[in-house]
Write a protein that binds this ligand. Structure first.
Ligand code: MN
Length: 254
């Protein structure tokens, strides 16, 4: 769900209270909130196009910020402006690119990054986020969410990590069978085995984690991440939780 909007009342509540009311309660409270009909990301995209076309740069910057929160990537808005320049006017693109840099920063970011808010990640992630992963919170840095998908045949969960969230080093132990399968579904994350380089994860990637191998997995520092985790059945299976992935090691990862 889109955030409750108060910009109207914040800026114009005194001068134009009726305008503020319609802005916050009807335009954002009702129209933008109709997510089944058109999701917030797509509403941001068309609003950016409309404001670009009219050359309304202060509102355009505000909607670039909102679009970022709704999951539009820098590459997507740059591409949008590149196309719109042909329809709306070349100089408007020159005026807009600096706004994109102000909102997104000038550093390169992965097209898989999802730095937006939690509600917007819910829209793009294929599995429901589920409940805060309180039972395992002591073995995580940052907030994760756990959504059981099935407990039959192979117990399967959707795990969602907020940006910067990762689990501690751990081992899925078994005397035969066992291990864990990860299937990445949204955002950008990492997997690392003890003594090896960390491996960047994108939607569609599959990681087969052998039993009795020390490892961790989680989100990139600037992106939400979701994967399916399957607990492969085996004999004498148990998880052993070890030390956290220290900030120095983690923060070096792009
Ligand atoms: Mn694991």
């Amino acid at each position: 769900m889109a955030k409750k909007q108060t910009a109207g009342r914040d800026h114009l509540g005194k001068l134009a209270p009726e305008f503020a009311k319609y802005n916050d309660d009807v335009l954002f409270g009702e129209i933008w909130a109709r997510e089944e009909e058109l999701n917030p990301r797509d509403r941001s995209l068309i609003t950016i196009a409309a404001l670009f076309s009219a050359g309304l740069y202060p509102q355009l910057k505000a909607h670039l910020q909102m679009g970022k929160a709704h999951g539009l990537t820098k590459q997507e808005v740059v591409e949008t402006v590149t196309q719109l320049a042909f329809y709306c006017g070349w100089p408007k693109a020159w005026s807009t690119f600096p706004l994109i840099e102000e909102v997104y920063g000038s550093e390169d970011t992965s097209p898989y990054n999802f730095p937006g808010d939690q509600d917007s990640f819910n829209v793009v992630a294929p599995y429901p986020m589920g409940a805060p992963n309180d039972a395992f919170a002591q073995y995580f840095i940052g907030q994760s969410y756990l959504s059981p998908l099935t407990m039959d045949v192979i117990p399967t969960f959707a795990v969602t990590f907020e940006p910067g969230c990762r689990n501690n080093w751990h081992i899925h132990k078994a005397t035969s069978g066992g291990g864990q399968m990860l299937i990445c579904t949204a955002g950008r994350g990492w997997y690392q085995e003890w003594g090896k380089e960390a491996q960047e994860l994108h939607p569609g990637d599959v990681v087969a984690i052998p039993p009795n191998v020390k490892h961790w997995h989680g989100a990139a520092k600037d992106s939400w991440f979701q994967h399916i985790a399957q607990e492969v059945p085996g004999t004498n299976t148990a998880s052993e939780w070890c030390e956290p992935v220290d900030d120095e090691t983690y923060s070096k990862l792009p």
